[in-house]
Design a protein around this ligand. Structure first.
Ligand SMILES: [Zn+2]
Length: 90
């Protein structure tokens, strides 16, 4: 990753009100934020897409990614982060 990439990522992070959340199971790290308790936005990085066991399994099964927008373990991790106050509900 170049320095410019880091700066751009940092800016997106600050503007989006998103926080890094790692999946407790596969360790895939995404940016997540909540606009309300019910609504969660998740930004997958290319790296997380590769790291996530659930998405990898979907790929292996030939299922298109759009049908597997997030992995349930990651969802757990995000909910937990929100409960523990590590995610800002904007
Ligand atoms: Zn996962």
């Amino acid at each position: 990753m170049t320095r410019a990439d880091v700066v751009a990522e940092r800016r997106a992070y600050l503007e989006g009100g998103l926080a890094d959340v790692a999946c407790w199971r596969c360790g895939a790290c995404v940016r997540a934020g909540k606009r309300s308790p019910q609504q969660t936005s998740v930004q997958w990085t290319v790296r997380a897409g590769r790291d996530c066991a659930t998405l990898a399994a979907a790929d292996a099964a030939g299922r298109p990614r759009a049908l597997v927008p997030t992995c349930p373990d990651l969802r757990d991790s995000i909910d937990r982060a929100a409960r523990e106050g590590r995610l800002e509900v904007a």
